[in-house]
Design a protein around this ligand. Structure first.
Ligand code: NAD
Length: 356
């Protein structure tokens, strides 16, 4: 197979972890005689510094022409002034919108070798295998009007949370299709007791659920879900929710696995082109030290191989290689417990390539 992959290493630890992911993709290509062509482009803070735009036209053009996009992370203290007119996150939101990737898929799975890394008791995290489906291109992060103004002499700000039935239907459908290939349960999370947009969400979600009689379905309010993820995370299979609730809950759930450095994600739309990235940010506190955990980005490449290139066997091989390296006791600094020696970013990437 021939595939064009655009790389957006971004800021902070982004370039460090993307480097290791490329090593893994290169090894997969060599093993299976595929040709992957990598094109690296600027995005985020580095793009603001160089061009004044967090998503230059040239970057967006390359992404739109490729089969898949692999992103490291964007942002950092240098660009985080809330009053700045241009911010790295704007580039990310524009990229998601332009690629039409409306469903963010975030698996949260506890690797057996890392059960003791979870802040929850081992018996709570046994069997945790959740896939979050977060709506990514609508809701309060995009709703207009949005802005700040003086109201009665006081500084005020406002945002708009709006969903239409098309946006809800397509993302809830993604959740049901995923559940069919898994344990057959969908949990839809909303705040229908308070928010009008959530009442529309729930109504449409029920209509979609009626088309999948083989799938168990439940509604859960977002505040209750925040509790359930801590006291019974093993009960959930596929969880679907809006943009802001999904942002918050999937970060909460990510902690179940013990480290942000382990969790991959995919953003998908109607076609095969997807955007793949670790769920963590640019980790400015450890950037440049060579100690970042590259596994979330490497596991993102497994999702890329599976969902954008249709290479299931290769994707499984990458996931198995990561499990084997962890089972053999290798840990980066974020995972190492008292007394364990940590390997650095490059060593972890090399170990995965070796296991492949
Ligand atoms: P973060 O995810 O960057 O870091 C949180 C903590 O987790 C830090 O202590 C960090 O060292 C650690 N960590 C994260 N990834 C790690 C890895 N791979 N290996 C080891 N440790 C890791 O979140 P933050 O500190 O809130 O945000 C830092 C910057 O990243 C901000 O500018 C934020 O806007 C940005 N951000 C970007 C994205 C993205 O690009 N998609 C996502 C989240 C945050």
């Amino acid at each position: 197979m021939e595939a064009k992959i655009t790389l957006l290493p971004g800021d902070g630890i982004g370039p460090e972890v993307v480097n290791e992911a490329v090593k893994v993709l290169t090894a997969v290509a060599a093993q299976h005689t595929h040709t992957f062509t990598f094109t690296e482009k600027m995005a985020g803070g580095i793009a603001i510094d160089e061009t004044g735009d967090p998503l230059p036209e040239d970057t967006l053009g390359a992404c739109l022409e490729s089969d898949a996009v692999l992103l490291g992370a964007v942002g950092g203290p240098k660009w985080s002034d809330p009053k700045a007119a241009v911010r790295p996150e704007q580039g990310l939101l524009k990229l998601r919108k332009s690629l039409g990737v409306f469903a963010n898929i975030r698996p949260v799975k506890v690797f057996a070798a890392l059960a003791d890394a979870s802040p929850l008791r081992p018996e709570r995290v046994q069997n945790v295998d959740i896939v979050f489906v977060r709506e990514l291109t609508g809701g309060i992060y995009f709703g207009q009007p949005q802005g700040r103004e003086m109201v009665d002499g006081l500084r005020s700000g406002h945002d708009t949370m709006r969903y239409n039935e098309m946006e809800i239907k397509r993302v809830v459908n993604v959740a049901f299709k995923l559940a069919q290939g898994r344990r057959g349960k969908v949990t839809s999370v909303d705040k229908a007791n308070v928010l009008a947009s959530s009442r529309v969400w729930r109504e449409v979600a029920h209509e979609v659920a009626a088309e999948y009689p083989d799938i168990e379905y439940e509604d859960v309010l977002v505040d209750a879900m925040a509790m359930y993820l801590v006291n019974r995370p093993g009960d959930f299979d596929v969880v679907v929710t809006g943009n802001m609730f999904g942002d918050i809950l999937s970060d909460e759930a990510s902690m179940i696995s013990g480290s942000l450095g382990m969790l991959p994600s995919a953003a998908l739309g109607e076609g095969m082109l997807g955007l793949y990235e670790p769920i963590h940010g640019s980790a400015p506190d450890i950037a440049g030290k060579g100690i970042a955990n590259p596994l979330a980005t490497i596991l993102s490449t497994a999702m890329l191989l599976r969902s954008s290139l249709g290479l299931e066997e290769e994707a499984s091989k990458v996931e198995t290689a990561v499990s084997q390296v962890l089972a053999a006791g290798y840990r980066t600094a974020d995972l190492a417990r008292g007394g364990e020696t940590a390997v650095n970013t490059q060593e972890m990437g090399d170990l995965v390539v070796k296991a492949l």
